[in-house]
Ligand binder design. Sequence first.
Ligand SMILES: [Zn+2]
Ligand SMILES: [Zn+2]
Length: 549
Amino acid sequence: MISNSEIASKLDEAADLLELQDGNPFRIRACRNAARTVSSWPAPLERLRASGHALPKMPGIGKDLAGKIAELLSTQQFALLQELRKKTPSSLVNLLKIPGLGPKRIRVLRDRLQIASIQDLAYQASQGRIRSLPGFGVKSEAQLLAEAKQVGSEKVRIKFIEAQQLAAPLVEYLKGCSGLTRLEVAGSFRRKCETVGDLDILATGPKSVPLMDHFRAYESIQKVVSFGPTRATAILKNGIQVDLRWIPDESFGAALHYFTGSKFHNIAIRRRGVQRGLKINEYGIFRGARRIGGAAEPEVFKSVGLPYIEPELREARGEIEAAEQGRLPKLITLGELRGDLHSHTLATDGHHSITEMAQAAASRGHRYLAITDHSRRLGMAHGLDVSRLRQQLGEIDRLNQKNRSFRILKGIEVDILKDGSLDLPAEVLRELDLVIASVHSHFSLGMTEQTDRILKAMDHPCVSILGHPTGRLIGSRRPYEMDIERVLRGAMERGCAIEINSQPQRLDLPDLFCKLGKEIGVKFAISTDAHDTQDLGLIQYGVSVARRG
Ligand SMILES: [Zn+2]
Ligand SMILES: [Zn+2]
């Protein structure tokens, strides 16, 4: 058994080793892209393989590497990597574990100071011999020394909503520092990634603004790691690192682009810059020594002949090619949504009545809300049987007659039983406006059985939406084994929509699968799965996933 992240780390290692040996840049890039795609692929590839399925078509992975991944899955062997390892001393390879030290810099250290291990690095840094090397300085030397001592400590990643809960009060606090003209949280937070590792905050305004002192006094800081006039790093009480940078006005756009990432998107943009004789970095856009832009972020794209690319797309998953060919997707916005197709009430495990839920939805500007309580199999949630469901339908009819400006849709979240049949008979399902079919049990069926089960449920003519399709809970439950490509194709063929469930721990369908679904041509339903009136606000997270997908 080999997990996606193990495959990804082998691919990354191959890329690193190739780079340490001055290998073919195209090959290096191909390995890196493949590693990224595999590591964020939300279904275990080894299971697909084990059940005799072909690998899915994954964005950015060519035939050659797909073959190597297949080889790795079936034989546990990766010949390319073994060959590269033979040629590279492992102590040199260990240097790659130092943050901020890539193969290129390692080559400089090796060639100039014969540094071939972490111990060598720590020693030479402590002797002050690294600072004079090209591309290094006193600061980076000190950093390398600290890192060399610290390697191995794991970094925490938190769910997007948690990052948002940390960022919001911090941003508000920082904005209290008068004189700032702009403040933005960049990084994976701005790209709305499903998890966030740290917060990168950029601010601009007159240099005299005492921003860093103000930051240092923030009450939720556990430890200030470094502190200077234009940059400070601190760890918050929950362990999340915050980097705050003051940026001069003329560099703000370039810095915002740079610190938003992703790294791979930035590399591609910089490469396009080089082809046009430009240098693009966090300080600005330069032709030779002359600054030609960088105050506003769109200038970065314009300088390399591209239209503006939204942060959510900046993952080097084809957005640059799309921008170049004028086929960037128009991303959905929160304001475009007219309603919500998944909600629960007091009748099952929700906390508010139909009326309360409908009023809350209307006050958010929605035109409709589907009430989709659980079906009878979910005893724990007081799932509805036929007669309780019919009772609810009568109530909805009465409410709709009273208020014609808002539409309550009659729905159900019906359990998909083990054999793919549904938990309620067709005669009552036919009376509904929509039926969400969801897996709430038998998560551990084999790949083929699980896939067939879901396809069979979608065969039912009443099913309109497949609910939280992978079943994963971020950080706590792996997606069940299923052939996602078959499920998406099956949904498209049957005219069944796929849910993008906005619950922050679900975000299910995950973004990469959304992209695959979009390519296949499936329709999506962005829903909250609200269990109370407050939950209706979670729709923003589903929209973020949809935008990324
Ligand atoms: Zn559910
Ligand atoms: Zn639900």
